[in-house]
Design a protein around this ligand. Structure first.
Ligand SMILES: Cc1cc2nc3c(=O)[nH]c(=O)nc-3n(C[C@H](O)[C@H](O)[C@H](O)COP(=O)(O)OP(=O)(O)OC[C@H]3O[C@@H](n4cnc5c(N)ncnc54)[C@H](O)[C@@H]3O)c2cc1C
Length: 1004
C-alpha cells in the first residue's frame, strides 16, 4: 500500500465531530436535490441503480438522443434500447413501448422533455441571460461561481474558434454584470479582501482540434494561440481562469501548457489562475509537488482545485486495452486517502496556494476542515467547490458553518450537453460513490465518516475495488506487447536518441544469407528514405535466380532436422526473438521511420505486432503439438497430430515492414518448416534486422534464408519452383492472383500440392449512420483513411454516409481534415507521411486526376512547405464527394491518402454499396442503433468488421486479420488456426486393447 497519512486518533475525532455537524445541518435543511426529487427522474435513478442492464441502455439512449431528429427515430431507438432482452421492464412499460410505434409523437415528445429536464438539473442554463440569473441567485445564497461552457472535443478549427469566442463573450457579459452589481457574496471574499468573482473553467480539448499528446510542442503552440486571448481578456476584467483536467493522456500536456503559457512575460502576474488536479491518479502527489515548487520559484500564487477525478472507468478500461499500467488507483479508499494526503500538503502551502477542495463527500470535506483548523488557517483562505445540481445541502451546510463554497455551473444547450449529463448520471449512480451510498442508505453516517486508510487495512474494501488486470481478463499464456506511450516525455526522448544514433550509422551493406552464410559479392541496390530520397538507409545485395535455387536447396536441406526439433524448442526461438525485438524496439522504430517513412506511433505498433506474432505463434504451436483426441472411444486411442509441409517461400510487403514479414516467416517456421524469405525491395534494411534477430535468437542455418531481390525475377522463380511446398504471401491483388495461379500448376519433380496463404488488398468501406456519434466518427474516419498515408490494406477508402446526416457530417469532416498533420515522419505528431516511392506517388496522383474527372474534388490539402520542397514522395491528402459506386475511385485500390464519400438513402443502400466491390477485407459502421449494428455485423462482407471504431489497427489474437473475395484466401493472421495452414494433419488410431483390457486413460 502506498504511504498515505498515518492514522491520528485526535484528528479522526475532530473529523467525526465536524462531519456529524455537517450531516446534522444537511438533514435540517434538505434541499430538493436529485435524489429527493419526486417523480419520474427519481424513479429512473433508483431503477438504474438496481438494474445495471437498464442503466446501460438508458444512459446509451440519453447519449444518442440529441442526434435523433424525428419522433419516429426517437421511438425506434427507445424500443431498440429498452426492448433489449437483458432489460427487465414491468408489463405496463413493455406494453407502452410496444404501442409507441403507433403514435410516435405522443411518446417522443414527453421522452425528450424528460431527458431535457434531467439535463436541466445539472446544467445551470442555456444562455448568457440564464447565467446572469444564476449568478444573482448564487450571490444571494452566499455561493461563489465558476463557469464552464459546455462543449467538449472539437474536431476542426472553426469549432475551436467558435468555442474561444463563446469564452470571450462570457467574460464580457459576466464582467458587465458584476460591474452593475458590485457587492460580492459571502464566498467571494477571502481573508485579504474580495477575490476574483469572475471565475471561468476551461477544457483544453475544446480549444483546439490539434491535441496530439505525443507531440506536446506543437500541440502547446496551437493551444496557446487560443488561450492567450482568454488570459488577456481575463487579466483585463480581473477574472480567474481555471484549467480543468481531462483524461490522463492530456495530463502532462495540460501541465506543460499551463506552466509554459504562464511563464510568458505577459502572463507572469495576471490573470489569477487555477488548475484542477486529480487525486485518483497515482502521479497526482508528485505532480502537485512539482507544480507548487514551480509556483514557489516564480512567487506565483495559484489556486489548485483538488478533485478525485471524473474519468475513472475510462482510464481503467483504456489502460487495460493497451496493456499499459492503470494510472488511477484501483480501490476507492485509495483515491480518498490520496486526496487527504494532498489536502494536507496544499494546506501546508497555504501562503502560496489557495486550495479548492472540490468534493461532495462529507468525510473528504470534514478532513480538509480538520486539517486546516489544526494549522490555524482562516477558513476563508481556502474554498470548497461543488457541482451545480449536486450536493446542495452540503453547500448550504458549509456556508452555514462559515466556509466559502463555489458552485461549478455548466452553461450551454441542453441537448448537445449530453456527454456532461451522462458523466453526472454515472457519478450519481456509481457503486462506490459517496452520493449514492449516502442517499440510497447503503452506508451509515459512521461508515461514511470512516478513515479511508482504515478501510484499506480492513476487509471493508469491496472486492470489486480492484479492477481486473489485462492479463487477468485474458488468462492464457499469450499477452500482447504494449505499445510505447509517447505521451511520456521519457519515451519520446528514447526514440529521439535512437533516431539520432540510427541516422548516424545508416548506409551499411546488407548481404544475402543462405544456409547461414553471408553472400556479399552481388550487385547492390540502395534503399532510400521516402521523406528525403537523397538519404540512403542501406544497400542490399540483389539475389539472382541462381541464388534463389541455392536458397531453396538450403531450405530443403535444413528441413528434416528442423522438423524433428521439438516444437517447444522451436517456440523458444520465437520467444527469444520477441525479447530481442522488445530490447531493440526503439532502434527498430527508428529504422522503420527512416526506411518506410512510418510515423512514430505506426512504427511502434508495427514492432509490437511483430513481437506478438512471435509470442502468439509460439503459444499456439505448443498447443498444437499436443495430440488432440478426435473421439473418446474405449479400446482405441484416436488422436490428431500435425506435421510440417516442408520448405516454403515468404513474400512480404513494405507497408508493415517488420510485422508482416515476421508473421509470414515465423508462423511456418515454428510449425517446423523452413523458408526462403523475400522481403519487399523498399524495406530490405528492416528485413535484414529481422534476419539478424532470428539468427541471434538461435535459429539454425538454412531454416530461414534471406533473399532480397526483385519480385518479377526472383519472386516469380521461387513461386514456380517445384521444390517449394508452400507460399506465404501478402501484397497486391495483381501479384497475389498470379501466385495463386502459378502455385496451382504441378510441375515434374514436385512432391506436394503447393499451399498458398495469400492476403491481398481491400476497398474498405465505413458507413456513417444518421445517429452516429460524429465527434467520435470524424477522428476515426480521418485516421483510418490517412494514418500512414492510407498505405494499409485495411485503410478506409469508401466512406458511405446516410442521407439525413450527410451535409452536417461532411461539412465537419472536411473542415477537420485540414487539422491532420502532414509532414516528415521524424516528427512525432505526423500522421500523413510520404508514400513509399516515386512509382506509388505517380500512380496515386494519376488516380486523383482520374477521380477529378468522375467525381467532385471536395478537399485537398496543400502540402506544408518543408514537405513540399523536400523532394519526398508526398501526395496531398484528398477527399472526393459525389462519388458513385461505379466510379473507378470507388472500385480501384489506391493505397494512398485518398478516399471517396458516397451518399446512401438508407442503411439497406449503404450496406449494398459497401458490399458492392470485389474485395472483402475490412469495413465498419458508426451507429448508435443496436439493430443497425446487428445488421452490419451480419451483413458486411468483410473479414474484419469494426463497429463504432476505426477500421485499421488489428491486434494479434484480439482481431485475427484477413479477408476473402479478392482480398485473400480467408486465412486469419494472428488468429486461431493460422498455423494449420503450414501443417498437414495426421490422424492416429491405436488399438490399445490387449486380451480384453484397456488402459483407463485410453480414449479419454
Ligand atoms: C467543482 C468541481 C470541479 C471538478 N472538476 C474536475 C476536473 O476538472 N477534472 C476531473 O477529472 N474531475 C473534476 N471533478 C471531479 C469529478 O467530477 C467528481 O465530482 C469527483 O471525482 C467526485 O468525487 P467526490 O469526492 O465528490 O465523491 P466520492 O464518491 O467520494 O468519490 C468518487 C470518486 O472516487 C474515484 N473512484 C471511484 N471508484 C474508484 C475505485 N474503484 N478506485 C479508485 N478510485 C475510485 C473516482 O474519482 C470517483 O469520481 C470536479 C468536481 C467538482 C465538484
Amino acid at each position: 500500500m502506498a504511504a498515505f497519512l498515518a492514522s491520528d486518533p485526535a484528528l479522526e475525532a475532530r473529523i467525526r465531530e465536524i462531519g456529524e455537524k455537517l450531516f446534522a445541518l444537511m438533514d435540517a435543511h434538505p434541499s430538493p436535490g436529485i435524489f429527493s426529487k419526486k417523480g419520474a427522474y427519481a424513479r429512473v435513478m433508483v431503477w438504474s441503480m438496481k438494474d445495471p442492464a437498464f442503466k446501460t441502455q438508458l444512459f446509451r439512449f440519453v447519449d444518442v438522443l440529441p442526434s435523433l431528429h424525428s419522433s419516429a427515430e426517437i421511438v425506434r431507438h427507445l424500443q431498440e434500447y429498452l426492448g433489449d432482452k437483458a432489460v427487465e421492464l414491468n408489463p405496463a412499460m413493455k406494453a407502452g413501448l410496444a404501442a409507441s410505434s403507433f403514435a410516435p409523437a405522443l411518446v417522443a415528445a414527453p421522452v425528450k422533455a424528460n431527458v431535457v429536464s434531467m439535463a436541466a438539473q445539472f446544467v445551470a442554463g442555456e444562455t448568457p441571460a440564464d447565467l446572469v440569473k444564476r449568478l444573482k441567485q448564487n450571490t444571494a445564497a452566499g455561493l461563489a461561481t465558476t463557469i464552464d461552457l459546455l462543449g467538449e472535443t472539437v474536431v476542426n478549427d472553426a469549432e475551436a474558434d467558435a468555442f474561444l469566442q463563446r469564452n470571450l463573450e462570457v467574460l464580457d457579459t459576466v464582467s458587465a454584470h458584476f460591474a452593475k452589481e458590485p457587492k460580492p457574496g459571502f464566498s467571494d471574499v477571502g481573508p485579504n479582501g474580495p477575490l476574483p468573482r469572475l471565475n471561468l473553467s476551461v477544457k483544453i480539448s475544446a480549444l483546439t482540434p490539434d491535441v496530439h499528446p505525443a507531440d506536446p510542442e506543437n500541440s502547446i503552440n496551437a493551444l496557446k494561440e487560443r488561450f492567450r486571448p482568454i488570459l488577456r481578456r481575463a487579466a483585463e476584467v480581473g477574472a480567474l481562469i481555471n484549467f480543468d483536467m481531462e483524461s490522463y493522456k492530456l495530463k502532462d500536456l495540460t501541465l506543460a501548457l499551463f506552466k509554459s503559457i504562464l511563464e510568458e512575460p505577459e502572463f507572469q502576474e495576471k490573470p489569477a489562475i487555477g488548475l484542477a488536479m486529480q487525486a485518483y491518479l497515482r502521479d497526482c502527489e508528485q505532480d502537485v509537488r512539482a507544480l507548487v515548487a514551480w509556483a514557489r520559484e516564480r512567487r506565483r500564487p495559484l489556486n489548485i482545485r483538488l478533485v478525485k477525478g471524473a474519468y475513472w472507468d475510462y482510464e481503467t478500461i483504456l489502460a487495460q486495452q493497451r496493456d499499459w499500467p492503470v494510472p488511477v488507483w484501483q480501490k476507492k479508499p485509495e483515491s480518498d486517502a490520496n486526496y487527504e494526503k494532498i489536502t494536507a500538503f496544499l494546506l501546508d502551502n497555504i501562503d502560496l496556494v489557495t486550495p479548492n477542495f472540490a468534493s461532495h463527500n462529507v468525510r473528504t470535506v470534514a478532513h480538509a476542515i480538520a486539517q486546516a483548523q489544526r494549522r490555524g488557517i482562516d477558513p476563508r483562505a481556502y474554498e470548497f467547490q461543488a457541482l451545480y445540481g449536486m450536493a446542495d445541502e452540503l453547500k448550504s451546510a458549509l456556508i452555514a458553518s462559515g466556509h466559502r463554497v463555489r458552485e461549478y455551473c455548466a452553461i450551454g444547450e441542453l441537448l448537445p450537453g449530453m456527454a456532461y449529463l451522462v458523466r453526472r448520471l454515472l457519478e450519481n449512480t456509481s457503486n462506490e460513490g459517496f452520493l449514492r451510498m449516502k442517499n440510497m442508505g447503503e452506508a451509515t453516517k459512521e461508515q461514511l465518516l470512516g478513515n479511508p486508510v482504515d478501510k484499506l487495512q480492513s476487509s471493508a474494501v469491496p472486492a470489486n475495488g480492484a479492477a481486473p488486470t489485462a492479463a487477468g481478463s485474458r488468462s492464457h499464456a499469450f499477452r500482447n506487447a504494449a505499445n510505447t506511450d509517447f505521451t511520456q516525455g521519457a519515451q519520446r526522448e528514447k526514440l529521439r536518441a535512437a533516431l539520432a544514433s540510427v541516422t548516424a550509422s545508416i548506409g551499411k551493406k546488407h548481404p544475402l544469407v543462405i544456409a547461414g552464410k553471408k553472400i556479399a559479392d552481388r550487385e547492390y541496390v540502395a534503399s532510400v528514405n521516402p521523406a528525403r530520397p537523397g538519404q540512403i538507409v542501406g544497400h542490399w545485395a540483389r539475389a539472382t535466380v541462381a541464388d534463389a535455387d541455392a536458397a531453396v536447396a538450403a531450405a530443403r536441406a535444413a528441413f528434416p532436422a528442423w522438423r524433428d526439433t521439438p516444437a517447444t524448442a522451436r517456440a523458444a526461438v520465437l520467444e527469444r526473438a520477441a525479447d530481442l525485438m522488445e530490447a531493440r524496439r526503439h532502434e527498430l522504430n527508428a529504422l522503420e521511420i527512416l526506411e518506410a517513412g512510418k510515423p512514430w506511433v505506426e512504427a511502434d505498433a508495427d514492432i509490437s505486432e511483430a513481437i506478438d506474432f512471435c509470442r502468439y505463434y509460439a503459444v499456439e504451436m505448443r498447443q498444437l503439438d499436443r495430440p488432440a483426441v478426435t473421439q473418446a472411444v474405449p479400446g482405441e486411442r484416436c488422436v490428431l497430430r500435425w506435421t510440417p509441409r516442408g520448405a516454403g517461400v515468404v513474400i512480404a510487403p513494405w507497408n508493415f515492414p517488420l510485422a508482416i514479414l515476421t508473421g509470414l516467416t515465423v508462423a511456418p517456421v515454428v510449425a517446423g518448416n523452413t523458408v526462403v524469405m523475400k522481403p519487399a525491395e523498399q524495406t530490405v534494411v528492416v528485413a535484414a534486422a529481422l534476419m539478424d534477430i532470428l539468427t541471434e535468437a538461435g535459429l539454425p542455418p538454412g531454416v530461414v534464408n534471406f533473399l532480397p531481390g526483385f519480385g518479377e525475377d526472383v519472386g516469380a522463380h521461387l513461386v514456380a519452383h517445384p521444390k517449394i511446398d508452400f507460399v506465404a504471401f501478402t501484397g497486391s491483388r495483381a501479384v497475389g492472383t498470379k501466385i495463386w495461379e502459378a502455385a496451382g500448376r504441378t510441375l515434374p519433380g514436385q512432391a506436394t500440392l503447393k499451399k498458398v496463404v495469400c492476403e491481398m488488398g481491400g476497398k474498405n468501406a465505413l458507413i456513417i449512420d444518421n445517429d452516429a456519434d460524429l465527434d467520435e466518427a470524424i477522428p476515426a474516419v480521418l485516421y483510418s483513411a490517412f494514418g500512414f498515408s492510407g498505405q494499409k490494406c485495411s485503410a478506409l477508402s469508401r466512406l458511405i454516409v446516410l442521407d439525413e446526416v450527410y451535409d452536417r457530417f461532411v461539412e465537419r469532416l472536411l473542415a477537420a481534415a485540414a487539422t491532420v498533420p502532414v509532414g516528415d515522419p521524424m516528427q512525432p505528431g505526423t500522421v500523413i507521411c510520404p508514400v513509399i516511392d516515386a512509382e506509388a506517388q505517380k500512380k496515386i496522383l494519376g488516380l486523383i486526376e482520374q477521380g477529378k474527372k468522375e467525381a467532385k474534388l471536395a478537399w485537398q490539402a496543400s502540402l506544408p512547405s518543408p514537405a513540399a520542397t523536400s523532394g519526398g514522395y508526398y501526395v496531398p491528402p484528398t477527399i472526393f464527394t459525389n462519388v458513385k459506386p461505379e466510379h473507378a475511385i470507388a472500385r480501384e485500390e489506391i493505397f494512398g491518402p485518398v478516399f471517396a464519400i458516397l451518399k446512401a438513402r438508407d442503411l439497406d443502400e449503404a450496406l449494398a454499396i459497401a458490399n458492392s466491390t470485389e474485395y472483402a477485407l475490412t469495413g465498419g459502421i458508426f451507429s448508435r442503433s443496436p439493430r443497425a449494428l446487428e445488421r452490419a455485423e451480419r451483413e458486411l462482407q468483410c473479414g474484419n468488421v469494426y463497429l463504432n471504431r476505426g477500421i485499421t489497427g488489428a491486434i494479434v489474437e484480439r482481431h485475427p486479420f484477413g479477408g476473402y473475395k479478392m482480398s485473400g484466401g480467408g486465412t486469419k493472421a494472428g488468429g486461431k488456426g493460422y498455423l494449420e495452414n503450414f501443417l498437414f494433419p495426421r490422424a492416429i488410431a491405436e488399438n490399445v486393447m490387449r486380451r480384453g483390457f484397456t488402459p483407463q486413460e485410453a480414449g479419454e
